[in-house]
Design a protein around this ligand. Structure first.
Ligand SMILES: [Zn+2]
Ligand SMILES: [Zn+2]
Length: 1023
């Protein structure tokens, strides 16, 4: 494999002692990350290499690759001989991202020393120029020369390919050639290791193509870097032990052979070199650190993250227990780097592909920030910090292509914070409820378990890090104190102690996760992350099952919607008709056409006549509905976002109306079907006059041309990333959906409106012409690629503007109908702007008469408001403010009343006690309390009773909340969880809980009274 792999790293364990001074430190120079990058490039420049800029993180022309992940990506075609450059030696510092693939789990990042999503790869490349000898000599000089990195030679090891079967039947031996070159550099023979096998020291571009052996340089970090304690708590180890002590810093790939289809290797006429040195690793070495995160590439970012979360980085590092605050800070630092560079390279958060990986990275970062207590949009601030740290090496971070960087990150951060706001509390509550139930089950099963857990926990936590208050735990689990007293954090620490002491695993049920996913839109992988970070396993198969059940329900509902049999039959007719002729579109020239021949009629609307089985008929009688195909028509069929015309069929003298036309469509390309209701008999072969509703058409085309203007203005003002993702041109208004990562603010909307109206006043004449797709695109026409266009005969609609350099304001591929002169629109007014999906905005606007109606309506609303408020129109705002103040005060008073009401209910409820076989029972409906109030009421009532059963219910936002409490002395007979299950069934819900306290929800408010009335008999049956 090629270049340092961030995988297979053992996790960071415990606190790290400051390492003793090692070889690198003796080199007096202090090496910053930026110096290292620059020195590397300068070294190779001095050896005749061309310094080549990093390519984008989005690989061009390589669909097999999600992100650029190695320095050689941008040279792939050069290596393959498909492309020639004017240099044969190159060096680069390449931005790389590894995330989202199978081999790269985001979850390791931050919890190990050397996992990153974003990293930089330093490399030198020879395209048929030098080979092994020079590559090895250069590498050794840069790494060890006192002039350059000056790493002590006795800390270094070299590896060479040790032989393997590289293709079926073809075996290569040890790379003696490379070995001899290392020896020539005076590397001692006992420090050169031949590693056999394909995994470590053999590289191939694919199953066929260039391949060859590798040589690597490894650095000895010393025994304190061993994750297994080799040389500290366990015996010392030797190279190449993979305990973390020996770190690969440079990989030299020698492209020596071509592997053919048959697997046969033939030597390449011009062998090549491709090397990769991970900047973060070499920085750790030169800065005398064990973890990459301790280098100056990360520390300023972690400090900034701590600051933004109100923490002290040094303190977090000290108290870290492998998963503590410092781990979250590392996650944030890493993810902020990846986010900055991905967005700057044009990736935007979305639901698939690269955008989805970015979205996951941003969400993880935001979540970890939340964990540490961040409030505001802190990831955006982190991006600012990354940019400040990196822009010298990557000036593009301030370039025009990155102008949207902060905006895009901020928008996604806000979006996710919003989701969290609604779902997060429910997730946390649910998680703690699950934990508590499963802990109860575990501890109740064997009374000695709690004591075992306590003993092991206190032994293990000699430094008294334990957050568990065992006296409190005991009082809850053994003596029946109320579970509410156990805080969230003590639940977590107790769960952790149980896990550590017994290996017991807690599982987050899949159906609960699915509920959170469905109800609050919390992403599944996010839920997984959160519960896993709390040490709870995620129930994958349960989630899948819940999802599948949901799909089945949805399918069942939709299968009644359409008579699929009829649809296919009709489609078959249309397809057959479409083979023989096409309807001529006369709608481009006006709103009426004479002498149009009826070519076919299909009976619709459920009527089935004896003379037809298939729906295809020869005539349509008065009163019947059908679809009529004509050879020509003036009716515009719905397409390209423009709604269909309505109108009528007349006889050719236009004196008798024959049918009403309710709409039209293209059932297959080129064929127009009119939806009609016949007023007189229509026969195949008849000739009719077709008349579209001209007033309605006029409104539609004003909106359609308006849409083209709005599209152009959006691109002028917001940027050319704006792409149409849908539109609607109706008589009442126009709607335009487009890709954009941020809210369009009021000022931008005003600019758009002004620019559009200026074009309208210019009143140029609209041009349409028909040309080939290729010519249309070459002339600068915008195409909406959600649609398929024919190769030839595409219509181009141009709104000219003599002031523009290109001679036009707008040019689009469009099959719709338009006004003659732009001035026909009159005026265009934007009436709304909103988000319709992630990264998709929608504007709506009105034109012409519609705009006038809009103004009139608004004026009337204002008049009515003023009259209602009994003030002048200019005083409306002040009056409304005054009223809203009053309303707020009243709400506060009402809140206070409610709280008092809940307390008042207590006595009233207590007085409703009844006795069932000697057990005191209260079952009642309450109102005006929240969930927390409900729990407190149950608690207070249990205390008042001393011994008894309490069941309360209340309607809540159209649903039902139920709670049951049983005093400890009765739980052996009456199990609150079972009682609540029986009650929940009666209100169409489900629930459960502990023997002494259980909650449930239901959908059927009408069943609440009956359910509560059934409590005494339910209890009676249990006693
Ligand atoms: Zn070891
Ligand atoms: Zn159009």
């Amino acid at each position: 494999m090629h270049s340092p792999r961030p995988s297979n790293e053992a996790s960071v364990t415990g606190k790290e002692k400051p390492p003793p001074v090692r070889g690198a430190r003796e080199n007096a120079k202090s090496w910053g990350g930026n110096d290292i990058r620059e020195t590397f490039l300068r070294f190779f420049e001095s050896k005749g290499h061309r310094r080549v800029r990093s390519s984008s993180l989005v690989p061009h022309g390589d669909p097999t690759l999600l992100f650029t992940n190695a320095g050689m990506n941008q040279f792939k075609d050069v290596f393959l001989g498909l492309e020639k450059r004017d240099y044969t030696r190159a060096t680069s510092a390449q931005k790389c991202v590894r995330a989202g693939g199978k081999h790269n789990d985001l979850e390791n990042v931050g919890f190990t020393k050397r996992h990153h999503t974003f990293f930089e790869m330093l490399g030198n490349f020879s395209f048929g120029d030098y080979f092994k000898k020079e590559a090895i000599a250069y590498a050794w000089e840069l790494v060890t020369s006192p002039e350059w990195f000056a790493i002590e030679k006795n800390k270094l090891y070299a590896t060479v390919f040790g032989g393997a079967e590289v293709a079926p039947g073809t075996t290569l031996g040890v790379d003696e050639e490379a070995k001899s070159h290392w020896l020539a550099q005076k590397v001692p023979a006992d420090r050169i290791f031949a590693i056999p096998g394909l995994k470590e020291n053999f590289w191939a571009m694919g199953d066929t193509g260039p391949c060859g052996p590798c040589s690597e340089i490894h650095y000895d970090m010393g025994s304190e870097a061993s994750d297994l304690g080799h040389g500290v708590t366990a015996p010392e180890c030797k190279f190449p032990c993979d305990c973390g002590r020996f770190v690969e810093i440079w990989n030299l790939v020698f492209m020596q052979f071509n592997r053919g289809e048959s697997g046969k290797l033939t030597p390449l006429p011009k062998p090549c070199v491709d090397t990769g040195m991970g900047l973060e690793r070499v920085a750790a070495v030169l800065q005398n650190k064990i973890s990459n995160y301790e280098t100056d590439l990360f520390q300023p970012l972690m400090k900034r993250a701590a600051e933004l979360c109100g923490l002290d980085l040094n303190r977090e590092e000290v108290i870290e227990e492998g998963r503590g605050g410092a781990a979250s800070l590392r996650v944030i630092a890493d993810h902020a780097r990846a986010t900055t560079f991905l967005v700057a390279d044009g990736v935007l958060p979305s639901n698939d592909g690269r955008g989805y990986v970015l979205r996951k990275i941003i969400r993880r970062a935001v979540w970890h920030g939340r964990l540490l207590g961040s409030k505001g949009p802190f990831l955006t601030e982190m991006v600012v910090a990354v940019r400040a740290l990196m822009h010298n090496a990557y000036p593009d971070l301030f370039g025009p292509s990155a102008s949207h960087l902060l905006k895009a990150v901020n928008e996604e951060e806000k979006r996710f914070s919003h989701t969290l706001e609604f779902g997060n509390q429910s997730l946390v509550t649910e998680m703690h409820r699950v934990l508590f139930d499963q802990m109860s089950e575990y501890l109740d099963a064997d009374p000695s378990r709690l004591e075992q857990v306590r003993r092991r926990d206190t032994d293990a936590q000699g430094r008294s890090k334990s957050g568990t208050d065992y006296a409190l735990v005991k009082s809850v689990f053994e003596d029946g104190a109320d579970a509410i007293r156990l805080s969230d954090s003590s639940r977590l620490s107790l769960a952790q102690a149980i896990r550590a002491a017994s290996g017991h695993t807690f599982i987050f049920p899949g159906d609960r996760a699915f509920w959170l996913y469905e109800t609050f839109g919390l992403p599944r992988d996010f839920i997984e992350d959160v519960v896993r970070d709390a040490g709870i396993s995620f129930d994958d198969s349960g989630f899948e099952k819940a999802m599948e059940e949901q799909r089945t329900r949805a399918r069942r509902q939709s299968s009644f919607k359409a008579d699929s049999h009829l649809i296919t039959e009709k489609q078959a007719h249309f397809r057959k008709l479409g083979e023989t002729f096409k309807t001529e579109p006369d709608f481009y020239f006006g709103t009426s056409a004479k002498d149009c021949r009826i070519e076919a009629i299909i009976l619709t609307g459920g009527a089935r006549r004896a003379d037809t089985k298939s729906g295809l008929v020869n005539e349509l009688k008065a009163g019947e509905s059908g679809e009529v195909i004509l050879d020509r028509t003036a009716i515009y069929p719905e397409s390209g976002g423009q709604v269909a015309d309505t109108g009528a069929f007349y006889d050719n003298s236009e004196s008798r109306e024959l049918a009403e036309v309710k709409g039209a469509s293209y059932p297959v390309a080129g064929l127009i079907a009119h939806k009609v209701v016949a007023k007189e008999t229509l026969r195949v072969g008849d000739r009719v006059a077709v008349v579209a509703d001209a007033e309605r058409r006029a409104r539609i085309i004003r909106n359609h041309t308006g849409t083209h203007l709005v599209h152009a203005a959006l691109r002028n003002i917001l940027g050319t990333h704006v792409k149409q993702s849908g539109s609607l041109n109706a008589p009442e208004r126009l709607r335009f959906d487009f890709s954009h990562f941020a809210h369009v603010d009021a000022e931008e909307l005003r600019d758009i409106e002004q620019q559009v109206n200026e074009e309208i006043r210019l009143n140029t004449e609209i041009e349409t012409n028909v040309t080939s797709l290729e010519d249309a695109l070459a002339s600068g026409a915008l195409a909406f690629f959600g649609d398929k266009y024919p190769e030839h005969n595409v219509r181009v609609v141009t709104i000219p503007d003599p002031r523009a350099a290109r001679g036009f304001y707008s040019k689009e591929l469009c099959g719709g109908t338009h006004v003659q002169r732009v001035g026909d629109i009159g005026v265009l007014k934007i009436v709304s702007e909103e988000s319709v999906a992630a990264g998709v905005r929608r504007v709506e606007a009105v034109t012409g008469i519609g705009a006038l109606e809009h103004y009139q309506q608004q004026a009337q609303v204002l008049r009515q408001l003023a009259s209602q408020l009994n003030v002048g129109e200019d005083a409306v705002l002040a009056q409304v403010e005054k009223l809203s103040q009053t309303a707020k005060q009243l709400e506060k008073q009402l809140e206070a009343q409610k709280r008092k009401g809940a307390l008042d209910q207590l006595d009233e409820l207590a007085s409703r006690v009844q006795t069932v076989k000697g057990v005191k029972v209260i079952a009642a409906e309450v109102e005006n309390v929240d969930r927390e109030g409900l729990r407190q009421l149950v608690d207070s009532l249990r205390q008042k009773l001393g011994s008894g059963v309490v069941a309360l219910g209340m309607p809540e936002n159209g649903k039902v909340a139920l709670i049951a409490g049983v005093t400890k002395d009765l739980t052996a007979k009456v199990h609150a969880g079972k009682l609540i299950q029986a009650l929940a069934k009666q209100v169409g819900g489900s629930g459960g809980g502990r023997p002494d306290l259980a909650e449930a929800g239901g959908k059927d408010t009408t069943g609440l009274k009956m359910a509560l009335q059934s409590v005494p008999s339910l209890i009676e049956s249990l006693l």
